[in-house]
Design a protein around this ligand. Structure first.
Ligand SMILES: Nc1nc(=O)c2c([nH]1)NC[C@@H]1CN(c3ccc(C(=O)N[C@@H](CCC(=O)O)C(=O)O)cc3)C=[N+]21
Length: 293
């Protein structure tokens, strides 16, 4: 069993990005700049956004964090998005999800200029991805592709079972793994909450990608010997022995599943860190105008 070390892979990617930033600086060019909009004080969201901002500093990007209280109006958010769309300084930006209930998330995501949509959530980028055109790939699926590629994991003709159909992970992942490309060329099954007998599918899987947010959903009896298991879940569960009061748990029962696997991602230290690295990569691509050239 080989651990897919997301931390190490993420650091390698961030070093590559830092080297490119140094080159941009040496040539007197503009340093890439990422902005993030964060609404509310939820501990998880605050941590993730802070990690993104810290990662920007580490690779030499500029960064801006725009914070609002939970009672921000949709209009205020849309005005800020307009300002960021027009900003000469900001190359790409994200609106951290989830947003409060009184805000129409789809309307907000559609207000982002697709050229600055480094989360890849705008329908224009989703459509371009599906059509096989150059687009911003959502950071988590993009990170999973990087892990597969950098560990030289075979995907051609393999049966890949994706669990979870979210717009940000499961759905795009299923599309990307079926594409005529590497990583890709897999036979893909997309399972979700309406799937009858999930284990029937997972037991046939060469590659399992679990992205549902149910801790420990995937147990050892559901996994074929030698399978590749990628765990996207990062659910906070109470843990009195930790200073923070919680710990992160994945969708996979790691201790019992890992011995059966050829490759497996840990949680934390698996897919999560890649999400940050690929957000930076997308920001670099935005700054270079690579996607909509
Ligand atoms: N507009 C938007 N874009 C996102 O990309 C986005 C979002 N909203 N909303 C929430 C989810 C979740 N997400 C994670 C990012 C990093 C880790 C990550 O780095 N996790 C570390 C642990 C971090 C910790 O200690 O909490 C790990 O797994 O090792 C996890 C989850 C991005 N998301």
């Amino acid at each position: 069993m080989t651990l897919l070390d997301g931390k190490k892979t993420s650091e390698a990617i961030q070093q590559e990005i830092a080297a490119e930033v140094a080159e941009i600086k040496a040539n007197g060019g503009k340093v890439p700049h990422l902005a993030a909009i964060l609404v509310g004080n939820d501990g998880g969201s605050v941590t993730y956004v802070n990690n993104k901002v810290l990662a920007c500093e580490k690779v030499g990007f500029g960064s801006t964090l725009v914070r609002y209280e939970d009672d921000v109006t949709e209009e205020e958010l849309l005005n800020k998005i307009q300002e960021l769309n027009e900003s000469k300084e900001v190359d790409g930006f994200i609106v951290q999800l989830p947003l409060p209930k009184h805000i129409n998330t789809q309307k907000v995501l559609e207000a982002v200029d697709p050229k600055k949509d480094v989360d890849g959530f705008h329908p224009a980028n989703v459509g371009r991805m599906v059509a096989g055109l150059s687009s911003f790939l959502p950071a988590t699926p993009y990170g999973i592709l990087q892990l597969i590629e950098r560990y030289n994991i075979e995907t051609n003709g393999k049966h890949c079972v994706v669990i979870g159909r979210s717009n940000i992970v499961g759905s795009p992942m299923s599309i990307l793994m079926a594409k005529a490309a590497y990583p890709g060329n897999a036979t893909v099954t997309l399972c979700h909450r309406n799937t009858i007998d999930l284990a029937y599918y997972t037991r046939q899987a060469d590659i399992i990608i679990a992205a549902v947010g149910i801790p420990g959903l995937i147990t050892a009896d559901m996994v074929k010997e030698g399978a590749v298991v990628i765990d996207v879940g990062t659910t906070r569960v109470p843990d009195a022995t930790r200073k923070s009061g919680y710990r992160l748990r994945g969708d996979v029962d790691f201790d019992n599943v890992a011995p059966k696997c050829s490759y497996i991602t840990p949680v934390p230290g698996g897919v999560g860190p890649l999400t940050i690295a690929m957000l930076l990569k997308n920001t670099l691509r935005a700054a270079r105008n690579e996607v909509y050239a």
